[in-house]
Each structure stands twice: as C-alpha cells, then as structure tokens.
Design a protein around this ligand. Structure first.
Ligand SMILES: [Zn+2]
Ligand SMILES: [Zn+2]
Length: 473
C-alpha cells in the first residue's frame, strides 16, 4: 500500500507548529550573521511515481522550516534551489533524503540516492534579505531539467516561462506583445526556410533522446581529478565543453592553455541537443570535459553526448563549478577564472579569486556585474531590448543606454517644436545583447577576451543600432 509522502513529516510539522522566526536584522552587514544563512542547490534523479504527493511534501516541509525558493518535482526526480538558515536547510535535506530512501527500498535505488546538495554562502557585499527568495515555487514539471523541451509535441513542454517573468513585465506588455509577434513571424519564416540538413538533424533527435535514456551519466571527476586530467590532456584531441548559457560563461569560465573550449553561445539549455548533434568541432575528439554550475545539467548532457558520439570519452565535473570553487582556494590550482553565475537572488556566488573575465559590451573594459552595484533583487540589471537577455555594460557606459524595462523613448519631432525639452532621454539608444537569434557554437581559447563570444547583433534592429553608433551616441 502506498504511504502518503506528507505523512512522513513529523507531527509538529504537519500541524504547522514551528519555532518562532529568528529576529535578526536581515539588512545588517554582519559577516557572522551572513554565514548562518545559505543557498542550497540540490538535485536527484530518481523515479517518482506519485509526483503530486511529493510536491505537497516539499511545500509542507519548506513552509515549516521557513525555506523559500524553487523546486521542480517530476517523474524523473527533483531539482531545487532554496534559501534559509543553514540549520533548517540541513533539516530539509535530512528529511527529503529519508523520504527518498524509504521510497527507494521499493525501487532498489536506495544505495544510489544522493541529493548532491551544495550549501553556498551569501555575498557579504549585500545585506542578507535581498539575497533570500521571497516565495516558494514548488511545482510538478515534465522533467528535472528540460533538455528536449524544444522537440516535444506542442502543448507538452513544461511551462517555465511564467515564473521567469520579472516584476517589470507589466510595464512591458506592449513590447512583449511586439516581440512575440516578431518571434512568430520569424518562426513562420524559419519553418519555411528550414534546410534539409537541419530537418534531418532535428528528425534524428528523438532517436538520440531514446538512446540516451538507456545509458548512464558519464564519469564524474573530482576537483583534483579534473585538474589532473585536464592539464595533461592532449589539446588536439580533447575539448572543454561549457554547457551553460552565454550570459553565464561571460562572467566566468574554465580556461586552460592546452585544451580549447567549445562555447555553445546558447540562451537556453534546450538549444543544446540541436547544437551538439553532428557538431563538426566534436568529431574525432577522444575526450570531452564538460561542466555546468552545480552538475545537474551535465548529468543529462553527458548521456546525450554518449548517444551522439559513442567513440568519445566524456567526463563531467562532479558538483559543477560550485563544488570546484569551494574546494579550490589555491590560486595556482584553480583553473576556473571569474565568477560563478547562479540562478538565485545573489546572481553570482561570492567564492572566486577576484579576477574579472567579463567585458563591457560597449567599451570592452573589464566588467562582470550585471547589476551595476545594485542588489539583483532590485531588478536594475541591464537586459537586451529585444530578447531580454542579460547584458554586461560597465558603470560608465550604463547611463548612456536604455535597457529593457526602462522608460520608453518618446518620438522625436523633426519640426523642431519641443525638441530641446525632450533631448536628454530620447537620444539614448536602446541596448541590445549583440547575440544572433540563433546560437552558434564557437571554439575559443579565451585568448581574445569578449570577442571569443559570438558577437553578431540581436535582431532586426541592427540598422537602428548602427545608426546610433554612427551618430556617436
Ligand atoms: Zn563600458
Ligand atoms: Zn538580445
């Protein structure tokens, strides 16, 4: 008989009797207080049969432990990021693990269950409160991560877009509608223009998807093993693969002189299957070293890569960049340069060696703060006016551009009437991300800084931005 997972909670939790809220002032900058709070990342691939019950279990548990964040629950496992006091996060981990172990006894998976939890520090340059999630979103999704969402039949893909809308969306309804219309037109056109070669490739992906699910994730390398193998790899036959999106890679990435990196330049994870299938850079490679933020993305991409390139030995970094940085406090040994981009209210993890690898899109000065000194929760980050992607723009250049969500420019009258009064704001150009709408993978050694990223202009507004550049604005 199936036991309700909520019934696994202790009595005091089911009845909602919890300890009184800690009364610490979360806006102070006391490092001692910062350290009692953490961001916990975790994932676990496990077969779950009663997903709605699990969703309820996590909601109850988080409510009673005052944890906020995002949890995805699906039939293939769990993936979460939560903020809270370290002591509560540890309780959460214990209870989830216990519940999965009980479940696992029926699934002969009990000896393999691991939540792969990473407890990350808050940034000490910001108060505590803006670094904590303000709500809990716990929901059933189609999978732990959505690698193949682009290729599922219409209507079956997970609806993750809603949760990604930020608070400025109301001001931008008109622009979003315009963008949607443009995307639909573009999609219609690209459907018509789809090349025979690409059509064959896309048609092949369901076979890859089925084949990969019969394989196991590829070999994990610990921090030490990763350094050792990577530094001794034969650069002719090896490749580093950053499976993250372009805005993540821009502020931090692995960089080794002997092995080139394949940057996929994607905006979203689900672009990867099409980009990596039949990729000319991947052919004849004997070893591929892949990495992501915390490991959850590599688990699935490594299986996909084995299905696509059975001759290649694929390695993945155990615990991702997060674990690697926490274990590499020695500058000589650390092969990761810059900051680790994270999908929580911190934007970047505080553990890094102080190098700035990002560059301002406009003047190319070293810069790696998407928020220009603000807390990410203030929503003042610079975003592309067409695709909303994060854009690195330095503090000097920032005031000269209008980013997504900022006040619209009024039409300039050519008859001169009222021109003087409106000049200051309306002459600022819109900011674009300078990434083409279709991602293109690129091989790089990172020797040339930001130009190693794909830098064609986002969108049809190309003409407009060129005019601004020529006008010297
Ligand atoms: Zn600049
Ligand atoms: Zn863009």
């Amino acid at each position: 008989m199936k036991q309700s997972v909520v019934a696994c909670l202790p009595n005091e939790m089911r009845t909602g009797k919890v300890a009184a809220e800690d009364t610490v002032d979360l806006m102070t900058m006391d490092p001692g207080q910062h350290r009692s709070w953490r961001v916990a990342l975790y994932y676990c691939y496990i077969d779950l049969s009663n997903v709605p019950d699990h969703v309820e279990f996590h909601r109850h548990l988080c409510k009673n432990l005052s944890l906020k964040g995002r949890i995805r629950v699906s039939s293939d496992g769990l993936n979460g990021v939560l903020t809270g006091q370290l002591v509560d996060l540890k309780q959460y981990e214990d209870k989830v693990l216990k519940q999965l172990l009980e479940l696992g006894t029926h699934q002969s998976q009990s000896n393999m269950i691991d939540l792969n939890t990473k407890y990350c520090f808050l940034r000490e340059d910001l108060p505590i409160l803006p670094q904590l999630f303000d709500k809990l979103i716990c929901k059933e999704t189609s999978s732990v991560i959505c690698l193949f969402d682009n290729y599922q039949p219409a209507g079956t893909a997970a609806s993750s877009t809603k949760e990604n809308r930020n608070r400025r969306s109301k001001q931008n309804n008109r622009r979003v509608r315009r963008k949607k219309q443009r995307q639909e037109e573009k999609k219609h056109q690209s459907d018509k223009d789809i090349s025979e070669e690409r059509a064959t490739l896309v048609a092949e992906l369901p076979r890859i998807q089925n084949a990969m699910m019969t394989l196991s994730p590829s070999q994990h390398l610990t921090t030490e093993e990763w350094n050792d193998k990577l530094q001794n790899a034969d650069g002719e036959n090896a490749l580093l693969l950053d499976v993250r999106n372009v805005y993540e890679s821009r502020v931090g990435h692995f960089s080794v002189s002997n092995v080139p990196t394949l940057l996929t330049n994607t905006r979203k994870y689900s672009d990867l299957p099409e980009l990596l299938a039949e990729n000319p850079n991947m052919k004849d490679k004997e070893e591929v070293f892949m990495y992501c933020t915390g490991g959850v993305r590599c688990e699935r991409v490594s299986m996909m890569m084995q299905a696509m390139y059975p001759q290649t030995k694929v390695y993945q970094l155990k615990g991702g960049i997060q674990t690697y940085l926490q274990e590499s406090n020695n500058k000589q040994m650390c092969l990761f340069k810059g900051k680790n981009f994270v999908f929580d209210p911190r934007r970047t993890d505080p553990v890094h060696l102080g190098e700035t690898v990002g560059r301002c899109l406009i003047c190319e000065a070293p810069h790696d703060d998407y928020d220009n000194g603000h807390a990410p929760s203030e929503n003042k980050e610079a975003r592309c006016n067409t695709c909303r992607m994060l854009v690195l723009i330095c503090n000097q250049c920032r005031p000269g551009y209008l980013c997504w969500g900022e006040s619209e420019r009024e039409d300039t009258k050519s008859d001169g009437a009222g021109l003087e009064g409106n000049r200051s704001k309306e002459t600022r150009p819109w900011l674009y991300c300078a990434i083409d709408s279709l991602p293109k993978p690129a091989i790089t050694s990172f020797a040339n800084g930001p130009r190693d990223f794909e830098l064609s202009l986002c969108v049809e507004e190309t003409t407009m931005i060129m005019i601004y550049f020529f006008c010297g604005l």
